[in-house]
Design a protein around this ligand. Sequence first.
Ligand SMILES: [Zn+2]
Length: 143
Amino acid sequence: MKICISCEKDIEGKNAVPIKEDRIIRTIRSIKKMLRMAKMNELYVCESCVQKHTERRKTFEKHMLFGSVFAGVVIVIMVGAMLFTGKLDLWAFLSAFIVAGVILCLPIFKYAPAIDGSINPAQSAEPPKPKKTPKRVIKKKMR
Ligand SMILES: [Zn+2]
């Protein structure tokens, strides 16, 4: 069956875009298979959910980015502190990585898969305008 992952309805007779099969989707599938819960549905996002889904995806990407930056900062600070104090504590070292790992995993709760293409290819966003850096006019005072 082809279903929409957002409203969980059959997309029969509706416009829909397929979901990209990424590592997370494959992992969820294999877990479901192990638990014999796999329905082997083909996943889509239907027309009416596309906008909502795109927003969710953007939020997820932001969280992912923030998570990886934050995890990196945590490791740098903790390892840096250890090097600074000269005490190489294995447990502190490990906990830095555990904390970083947890931070990295948190965005999974906001997971929204990428979609393959879009429903309205004509409705493409305007090309990003190059940012104009204001030219500083150096006023030379004539004396
Ligand atoms: Zn839907």
